[in-house]
Design a protein around this ligand. Structure first.
Ligand SMILES: [Zn+2]
Length: 258
């Protein structure tokens, strides 16, 4: 388990579990664990409830299964470092204001309820790769509710900054630079809300500073137009984007961290 600060809270990450899992938090001592959330099928949680009455490094998180058995545990450190939070916040602002575009992140479900439509109990796998219920994942729903961030998208030609390296063009491969507020895992899906198009994350590189993740570099491939994920409804996200007022941008000078 890993815990790191983001401007509006704390991100907690763990491994993949197929069965029911819950996240718990304890303050002051590691003996007062209180239920935070049912995180079944998830691999991360953003804790936005501040801990006011204690030192921020006296917070423990743990992951338990349906019977309360502890799966993973972590004491948080340096969560309230104002400078670190500011650096992470600036990275987020930079990714938005320096040519950032709206990107929706669809977190893949890695556990929970098996797909009632196509999961075969005998074969122990989903049987319809284009299933509209699980999108071929085998888990009901396939993905969690999309979240919106602003990030940069680079095509294969823009990838090599080092002039001496040959540019190897890989068809349909793109790199997204995204803020760290919502972690991306390989197999998650990214939606380019500006140009359209869905992308499958293949590799995620985290750029870190001390315990914090400044931003994530997500290598991805464009999903085939026949992929079932294109059947998802993104109208609420489009509405959300339209309703956000367009405000004049102030371009931050943050070359010091690039
Ligand atoms: Zn299915």
């Amino acid at each position: 388990m890993r815990v790191y600060p983001v401007p509006d809270g704390v991100v907690i990450r763990w491994g993949e579990y197929q069965n029911e899992i819950h996240l718990e938090r304890s303050v002051h001592t590691p003996f007062n664990f209180v239920h935070l959330a049912d995180v079944t099928g998830r691999t991360y949680y953003k804790d936005e409830e501040p801990v006011l009455e204690t030192f921020p490094n006296l917070v423990w998180y743990r992951l338990v299964d349906g019977e309360g058995r502890v799966l993973e545990e972590e004491q948080s450190v340096n969560l309230d470092d104002p400078l670190l939070k500011e650096v992470v916040r600036r990275a987020e602002v930079f990714l938005k204001e320096a040519g950032g575009r709206p990107i929706a992140i669809l977190s893949l479900r890695v556990g929970g309820r098996k797909c009632p439509r196509c999961y075969d109990e005998n074969l122990k796998k989903p049987t319809d790769p284009r299933c509209p219920v699980c999108f071929g994942t085998g888990w009901e729903g396939g993905y969690f509710e999309p979240v919106l961030v602003y990030g940069r998208k680079q095509g294969p030609r823009q990838r090599g900054r080092n002039q001496t390296e040959p540019i190897i063009q890989i068809q349909n491969s793109f790199v997204f630079l995204l803020p760290s507020i919502f972690p991306v895992s390989p197999r998650d899906v990214l939606v380019d809300m500006q140009e359209g198009g869905l992308y499958r994350a293949t590799r995620v590189v985290e750029h870190t500073l001390y315990s914090a993740v400044l931003y994530q570099e997500v290598y991805s491939v464009r999903l085939h137009p026949q992929a079932p994920e294109y059947q998802m409804d993104f109208s609420s996200l489009q509405k959300d984007l339209r309703e956000r007022a367009i405000r004049p941008n102030k371009l931050y000078d943050v070359q010091w961290w690039l």
